[in-house]
Ligand binder design. Structure first.
Ligand code: UD1
Length: 429
């Protein structure tokens, strides 16, 4: 199994290109199931999760062609996928595939909307809490689907097609909103989604669906209205930049010191994180290229942060912020409100010498002057990258084990960081 070796202490200086957002690319690829025509997606990140979803869609009969690089393309340029779900040959998503990636459960929505049936394995447990699908099932039932749980599978049918309905989510859910939105595009009549997630990835998917002929208004607000249409057609769409990747590298620069241009990053997608970084002592400048992050001289200020749905501070940057705060000049408090048990990184950060106390959903971090490198193990995607951030600033060598989580969500992490002066290498085998 691959590992990453990091020798900490170097400041980061240079440019980091920001890739397309994983959390938009996955639902966009799934949305291709809604039409017989080809959906072309540009700026798709080269990630293990994308490759896994290609396999899952292939199982349903979807053809995916990845266009090659053209001369003059930037080395980090995302790939272009031509996705054709002309013939759906199988409406079952088996356990062996769905259990590897939770988001693949979302295929239930387009399959049900277009084929009027779907049998999708329950995704199962996850390292960051229970992550149920009850609200996704509730939304599909509201749209007229009959749903049974049988042998670990969700068996859904809507023989006469889905019908528009009013859906009220009791809590904000990104997965629930994606599923309701996709399913409603082909339902008969009007659907209203109340308390919808406002995450930029929802808006990106809605923008693509509109290009495909869907009638959607209000995406990006808590009330989305969808007027069902008979069918959708092909379209071309560019995946929006990854705000979590941008925020992660911004935290890394704040941690090590230095000056890095995050090219292609869009500040409005991560304003809450940029505000926290400014409070922590980083200098953030927005320019034509994206976002520039610098920290020189002064140390890191402690902060008090609570995760919240967009536009609040994202749970997907909580672990990275905690790594940063391990070296703050004082005591920080970080409260996680989205997922229970999303503190798997705490024990590993302690291996660097970090001082963190957990009390329910709040972590209290007492900053130390220096971290020291250690062998550590990653437990989920964002937790893994928080260990990389700690290692970049720690004295001596760190070996990050089990890095397959990093490959799920960060494109060429070690290349991007070493280009900015970090001592980081992948050790295969
Ligand atoms: C998505 C993101 C993930 C991010 C999260 C929150 C993708 C592929 N993943 O995950 O990176 O951390 O949004 O921004 O886009 N819930 C229920 N019942 C349900 C569904 C969700 O109780 O049926 C709960 C969850 O357990 C959690 C909360 O709702 O406590 C939010 O979950 P949700 O927004 O759905 O997260 P995901 O879409 O799984």
């Amino acid at each position: 199994m691959d590992r990453i070796r990091i020798v900490g202490g170097a400041k980061l200086n240079g440019t980091i290109p920001i890739s397309g957002a994983k959390n938009a690319a996955l639902p966009l690829m799934i949305a291709a199931l809604l039409t017989e025509d080809t959906l072309i997606l540009d700026n798709v990140p080269r990630l293990a999760d994308v490759a896994q979803l290609q396999r899952i869609l292939g199982n349903h009969g979807v053809d995916i062609m990845s266009a090659g690089k053209r001369s003059g393309d930037h080395q980090y340029q995302g790939q272009t996928l031509h996705i054709s779900a002309k013939n759906i040959i199988d409406t079952t998503a088996p356990y062996e595939l769905v259990s590897k990636m939770r988001a693949s459960f979302w295929v239930i929505a387009p399959l049900l909307a277009r084929m009027h049936e779907a049998k999708v394995s329950l995704p199962g447990g996850c390292a960051i809490g229970t992550r149920p699908v009850d609200l996704l099932i509730m939304a599909l039932e509201k749209l007229g689907a009959t749903i049974a749980i049988d042998g670990g599978y969700v068996v859904a049918s809507a023989p006469g097609g889905l019908r528009g309905a009013e859906i009220e989510f009791p809590k904000v859910t990104v997965s629930g909103t994606h599923v309701a939105l996709m399913a409603a595009t082909l339902a008969k009549g009007t659907t209203i989604i109340n308390n919808a997630a406002c995450e930029p990835e929802i808006t990106d998917v809605a923008d693509c669906l509109i290009k495909m002929g869907a009638k959607i208004s209000g995406a990006g607000t808590p009330r989305i209205v969808i007027e069902g249409v008979d069918q959708l057609h092909g379209a071309r769409h560019t995946v929006l930049p990854d705000r979590i990747e941008a925020g992660t590298y911004a935290m890394a620069v704040a941690m090590t010191g230095g000056d890095v241009q995050l090219s292609g990053a869009r500040p409005e997608l991560l304003q809450s994180a940029l505000d926290v970084l400014t409070e922590a002592g980083a200098t953030i400048t927005v320019n034509n290229e994206g976002i520039r992050v610098a920290r020189n001289g002064a140390g890191i200020n402690p902060v008090t942060v609570t995760t919240a749905p967009f536009p609040g501070f994202p749970t997907d940057l909580q672990a990275q912020l905690m790594a940063l705060m391990t070296c703050a000049k004082g005591v920080s408090h970080i409260t996680e409100t989205i997922f229970e048990n999303r503190f798997m990184h705490v024990q590993e950060l302690a291996r660097f010498g970090a001082r963190i106390q957990l009390d329910g959903e709040t972590a209290t971090i007492d900053g130390v002057a220096k971290l020291r490198g250690a062998p550590v193990m990653a437990t989920d995607l964002r937790a893994s990258v928080s260990l990389v951030i700690a290692a970049l600033a720690a004295e001596g060598e760190t070996m990050v084990n089990r890095i397959y989580h990093l490959d799920r969500g960060f494109e060429r992490l070690e290349d991007k960081l070493s280009a900015c002066g970090a001592t980081i290498e992948r050790i295969s085998g």
